[in-house]
Design a protein around this ligand. Structure first.
Ligand SMILES: C[S@@+](CC[C@H](N)C(=O)[O-])C[C@H]1O[C@@H](n2cnc3c(N)ncnc32)[C@H](O)[C@@H]1O
Length: 279
């Protein structure tokens, strides 16, 4: 039965959330009330939120590029800034079908989402550019399970979510056929994790955050892997930060890719777009 707290109970809920450091306490209270099945459920969700769990993990979903993406405890919550990665990936996709002499399914543009977490990035790209073939990979079983559920609800019917280290689980048949390879890999420098907000530090897995000493270790590995998979003229897009963009770009240039850095102030996002030369 839906919960309808009286004004005093609602004010008390807002106060508890505010005291716990929730900046948008009124909005969060309204969402918790809307999502709770009953009063006991509302109490349980409030306790989790007050203890510092991300709101999206508590309610079980996050809004991302207009999609309702399922989020579970222990899985990275998609951030609004990652919308830039989606926007640029959609821009980079070829407009028409590619020549495919055999199976017509092979004419679809191929998108690979490495380090997929919930699968939000690849699923948003597929939602904004219909008719892509989507492959996603994550090293965390909880993320893969979450992304598979999201793909079943939102994705192309044959979207594949694979468990493993970066590109290792991709089928060899994709080599040289990927039009867009996106990666929001971890890029927090190891020493800075201790200074992150508790929501991230204590409730998102370290594998989702830790990018090594300068934060760019995974970017170097993704860049090294990309030329094998990209089609001629295909694009690798990596989310990074303003501070780290030079190192991310250098990793891509070191693999012979042509690099452009895109930044959007409104989204507070930075993406390196690296293109495999056609010849
Ligand atoms: C910053 S989160 C991004 C998740 C998702 N792409 C998004 O934007 O919401 C990074 C993800 O990379 C995954 N990851 C870390 N190291 C990995 C590796 N070696 N291979 C595959 N996935 C990895 C983590 O499990 C985590 O889900």
């Amino acid at each position: 039965m839906p919960v309808t707290p009286d004004p005093a109970a609602l004010a008390s809920l807002v106060s508890r959330l505010r005291a716990a450091g929730c900046v948008f306490a009124e909005d969060e209270a309204a969402l918790l009330v809307a999502e709770a099945d009953d009063t006991a459920g509302l109490d349980a969700m409030t306790a989790r939120r007050v203890a510092g769990e991300p709101l999206e993990q508590v309610v079980g979903w996050a809004e991302f590029r207009g999609l309702r993406i399922g989020v579970q405890p222990g899985v990275f919550v998609p951030r609004a800034r990652t919308g830039l990665l989606v926007r640029e990936a959609v821009r980079a996709l070829p407009r028409g079908p590619r020549p495919a002499p055999g199976d017509p399914a092979d004419a679809r543009p191929v998108v690979v989402d490495l380090c997929c977490g919930t699968g939000a990035v690849g699923l948003a790209v597929a939602a904004e550019h219909s008719g892509v073939a989507l492959w996603a990979v994550d090293v965390e079983p909880a993320a893969v399970a979450c992304a598979r559920r999201n793909a079943a609800a939102l994705g192309p019917a044959d979207a594949a979510v694979l468990l493993g280290d970066l590109d290792a689980p991709l089928p060899a048949a994709l080599a040289g056929r990927v039009d867009v390879l996106v990666a929001n890999a971890p890029y927090v420098p190891t020493a800075e994790i201790a200074h992150m907000p508790t929501e991230a530090r204590d409730h998102e897995p370290r594998t989702a955050l830790d990018g090594g000493a300068d934060g760019v270790d995974l970017h170097r590995r993704v860049a090294a892997a990309a030329p094998r998979w990209l089609a001629p003229g295909g694009h690798l897009l990596i989310e990074t930060s303003v501070r780290q963009a030079g190192a991310t770009a250098a990793a891509c240039e070191g693999q012979g890719l042509a690099v452009l850095v895109v930044h959007d102030d409104d989204m507070d996002g930075t993406v390196v777009v690296a293109t495999r030369r056609s010849r």
